[in-house]
Design a protein around this ligand. Sequence first.
Ligand code: HEM
Length: 510
Amino acid sequence: MEAWLLILFSISISFLLKFIFNNYLGAKKLPPGPLIFPVISNLIWFSTSMSKGEPMLRSLHAKFGPILTLNIGARPVISIADRNLSHQALIRNGALYADRPAALPTDKIDSTSQLTIVFCRYGPTWRLLRRNLTAEILNPSAVKSYSRAREWVVQILHNRLESEVKSGRPVFVMEHFRYAMFCLLVLMCFGDKLDENQIKKIEEVEHQLLVNLHRFSILNFCPRVTKIVMRKRWEELFRLRKCQEDVLIPFIRERKKAKEKRSREPNMEDSKDENVVSYVDTLLDLQLPDENRKLNELEIVSLCSEFLSAGTDTTTTSLQWIMANLVKYPQIQEKLFMEIKGVVRDGEEKIQEDDLQRIPYLKAVILEGLRRHPPSHFMPAHAVTEDVVVGEYVIPKEAAIVINAAEIGWDPKVWEDPMSFNPSRFLNKEGETFDMTGRREIKMMPFGVGRRICPGYALSMLHLEYFVANLVSKFEWKAVDGDDVDLSAKQEFTMVMKNPLQAQLSLRSK
Ligand code: HEM
């Protein structure tokens, strides 16, 4: 089609859609927003990288206010960039806003569509899956049962970094962080210490799926058309999913066999696992409420993949941002080191988990890292369970609601000099800990708030505190000669450092 004809067509449809939306919704209308240019608007949004889309959205909010409508794909998208509106939605009307929009075509490519907690519709299946994760794996005593695994993984990380230090060269740390965190989550997921090759295989396939997410998202725009014109990309998505199944299913079968053996021989000693329950073990027992059946292997693959990527990528990204700031601001690193030194027990090399509570500045550094560099700038889209009125506007049931969490944590009305890295803002004389759940008010929300708040929130805080404390107590972290640490960001699955952290490490004297 000629370009001018496409534009003309687009403009006429735009006015028609505005007319239909306003009339169909009666007196109440959608929040304001830019004119809808079907096809063109969609193409722009689907092909825009998040790093460009975010400033575009910021300027739209400056023009239209804290709540606005974008028309992307088949449904309106309501964007919220305000902490009070977010509180009103996610806390005061939590149940209404706890749904997710219908799955996108790329999430439905298996015969059993991808089953994950994060994209599950609000209802009994979501409740069951979420309760299983929180009650069986993330409850305090289960988390404690993985403390030996954490010690093992910190040792792996120390060894890897120490061998790099011997070379005298600056270290690119991200790969080491990712591998260590992945070992930990793989162990929680599959229960065994897998060997390095097996872990690398899982890591590779998960990483490929995550880094290509943005490339695959364009396939959702008119799937009937993209299945023809972007056939190769669809095939690539199918291939990666198949690869993921081939890699993960043998581990699931292995756990199933071991579980059956344990139930046949209840007195059998399993020296490898001790008392550790793996995530897969808990999934094998689940009974889907609506269909009265157990989860099939493909569904378990999706849930394991969610567990691995949600637990690894976000935490590793945060760890990198935090360490980058400690390299950039040596006085903050020094203050943290002095506090850590004050709690290390005589003769101990590593920081023990019980000691973490005695280092308030450590928690402050982690909170400031999450506020200043939240790994997800936008919450995964929420949806309302029925049409909801917000002031003079209405949010329709089929809309996707996106909340810009990063902007909320940078609000200058709440945070003084919000773009600076200043952990001391989280130290208060009363010793109160910062309320991340936003129940009374929202000041930042790196883990979301309300019914869909990240269930891994406490585990991630523990992982971050434990890793940062052990990294700072073992090594001194310095910028590479002549280089400033560049804190620019780019969007992958999470918002990562555009130029990954490279640092000069040296062993601290004992
Ligand atoms: C620094 C680390 C982490 C950050 C910043 C983070 C952030 C988030 C955010 C922003 C959400 C969406 C909340 C919403 O929709 O309103 C979320 C959901 C979720 N996270 Fe995390 N997360 C982290 C670590 C983890 C870990 C360690 C796990 C599991 C082991 C995990 C599992 C999940 C799951 C299953 C959901 C979906 C919850 C639902 O929809 O009900 N996350 N996370």
